[in-house]
Each structure stands twice: as structure tokens, then as C-alpha cells.
Write a protein that binds this ligand. Structure first.
Ligand SMILES: Nc1ncnc2c1ncn2[C@@H]1O[C@H](COP(=O)(O)OP(=O)(O)OP(=O)(O)O)[C@@H](O)[C@H]1O
Ligand SMILES: [Mg+2]
Length: 263
């Protein structure tokens, strides 16, 4: 038994077959984590990285819909093979259940599903695996932070105070668990009208102020744009569907930044 086990610190294992694990999180629900995770994965692919997405939202998986995946992953009895879509290796609990079946699982079952996805999936030679976290600060975040070698987390928020309250809780949790926060994203920061004016529907500057308060990097803004939701619903996120769109360019810039930090 090594000293690590004796002192009960957790040994953080890398996800086999991957170089860097980046989580997309926010304690708040519905702020655009999954939208960001899928588009940033596609943007990293477009700039030459090998990328996978692990949908860690066991109760409310989004990847089957956002990437329009209806097939089941193959298994050799020991490992699951990720599904390849848009040249991205994908895994989600949603590939194993039908879309409308609720997942009625207790905490330990969630932890065990996460272990399967991180240890028993044959991820192949990835530069980055993007982990799409569920909302909250629960079992999933804890399992990843304590047991998996996480190389960074990007916190996505909208600018309302209500969202920021939860985001602050999320920042404190990752700080406490020793997971590096790459920075904060202000998603749905404003609406750009036909009159070229910015309308700050959910308030202005809250995410940047939160980043400053916690001495984290503010990575930038993504405006509200109906194309983002539309393309997601159609199963081909905007970066894949329309890489020249102004919103896609924002994701591509974020991807360049992430790539330069790690590779
Ligand atoms: N920049 C944007 N412009 C317009 N719509 C957006 C934008 N970002 C996200 N959305 C929309 O907001 C909704 C919520 O997004 P998403 O499912 O990605 O959030 P989430 O944080 O992953 O939610 P959950 O907490 O349930 O996992 C979706 O309908 C999505 O299309
Ligand atoms: Mg989500």
C-alpha cells in the first residue's frame, strides 16, 4: 500500500487514451454548458486537435440531441467504443437509454457510471476530452475532481445575479478541490439588435466582475443568437454547420486559446 492510500488522499487517474481533460461547468442549470462544450469541441477539432466529448450529465444527457446520435456504442464485453460523429469521439449515457426514459439513479450509481465512462471507454489518442458537466455541485463534480486528473475547468455563466450566485459556489468548490479554473465565459451576454445596438437582457458585466472577485481569468462573451439554439436543436452545432458565422469565430478564438495553453 502506498502512502497516498494510507493518508486517504485520492489518486487522480488520467482518462486512458487522452492527453488533457477539460471540464465545462457552472453550478447553474441552463446557462449553455452543453452548447459551449459541443461547439468548443468542434472548434478544437477544426484547428487540428483530436477531440472527444464525454457527456457527464447522467440525469439529463444532451449529446444525443446536440449531435443527433441515435446509435448505441459497441462493446467487446470489457470496453465501450465511443461513437464517432463530426470526427469527434463521443460518449453519453443517452446512447444507452431512450431519449424519454428518466434516469432514476442514486448517487453511487452515478459515480459508477462515471467510472465506466472514464475507465472503460476506448478513447483513442485524444489531445482533449471535453467533459460536459451537469448543473450543481454534486456527485459528478466531486468524482471527477477527486478521482480523475482534470487539467482545467471552464466556467460558463449568464450574467444574472441568480446564476452568478450558483457560479460562485462552483468556483469555490473547484478551488477547494484543487482543480485549475481556466477562466469564465459570459454566455448569452447580450443581444445584438438589427440597429447594431447591444441589448443587455440579463444585466451587464456580472460574469467579468465575478472573475475579478475570485481572481480568475475572464475569457470573454458569447452573445445570444437564435442560430446557436436552432443549430443545436437540429443536431449540428453552429461551429460545424456554419464555421464562418460570427458566433463560430468566437468559439474558434476560445479554442485557439485553449490549444495554446496546453499543446
Ligand atoms: N449563445 C447562445 N445564444 C442563444 N441560445 C443559446 C446560447 N447558448 C445556449 N443557448 C440555448 O440555451 C439553452 C440551454 O443551453 P444548454 O442546454 O447548453 O445549457 P446547459 O447549461 O447545458 O443546461 P443544463 O444545466 O440543463 O445541462 C438551449 O436551448 C441552447 O440552445
Ligand atoms: Mg447541459
Amino acid at each position: 500500500m502506498n502512502t497516498k492510500t494510507q493518508t486517504k488522499t485520492f489518486e487522480k487517474k488520467p482518462i486512458q487514451g487522452t492527453k488533457f481533460t477539460i471540464a465545462i461547468s457552472s453550478a447553474k442549470g441552463g446557462v449553455g454548458k452543453s452548447t459551449f462544450a459541443t461547439n468548443i469541441a468542434l472548434a478544437l477539432k477544426k484547428i487540428g486537435c483530436k477531440v472527444g466529448i464525454l457527456d457527464a450529465d447522467i440525469y439529463g444527457p444532451s449529446l444525443p440531441r446536440l449531435f443527433s446520435i441515435n446509435e448505441k456504442p459497441k462493446s467487446d464485453g470489457k470496453t465501450l467504443t465511443p461513437i464517432d460523429k463530426y470526427d469527434i469521439q463521443c460518449m453519453s449515457i443517452g446512447f444507452l437509454t431512450d431519449e424519454q426514459t428518466p434516469m432514476i439513479w442514486r448517487g453511487p450509481m452515478v459515480t459508477s457510471a462515471i467510472k465506466t465512462f472514464t475507465q472503460k471507454v476506448s478513447w483513442n489518442n485524444l489531445d482533449f476530452i471535453i467533459v460536459d458537466m451537469p448543473p450543481g455541485t454534486g456527485d459528478t463534480q466531486l468524482t471527477f475532481s477527486q478521482e480523475i486528473k482534470m487539467d482545467g475547468v471552464i466556467i460558463v455563466s449568464t450574467p444574472q445575479e441568480l446564476a452568478l450566485q450558483d457560479v460562485k459556489r462552483g468556483i469555490k468548490m473547484f478551488d477547494k478541490l484543487g482543480v485549475k479554473i481556466i477562466g469564465l465565459i459570459d454566455n448569452m451576454s447580450h443581444f445584438l439588435g438589427d440597429d447594431a445596438k447591444k441589448y443587455h437582457i440579463f444585466g451587464e458585466g456580472g460574469v467579468k466582475r465575478t472573475a475579478e472577485e475570485f481572481k480568475k481569468e475572464f475569457l470573454g462573451e458569447i452573445p445570444i443568437n437564435s442560430e446557436v439554439g436552432k443549430q443545436g436543436d437540429l443536431g449540428m452545432p453552429i461551429v460545424e454547420n456554419n464555421p464562418d458565422h460570427e458566433i463560430s469565430k468566437i468559439y474558434l478564438n476560445f479554442a485557439e486559446k485553449i490549444k495554446s495553453l496546453y499543446l
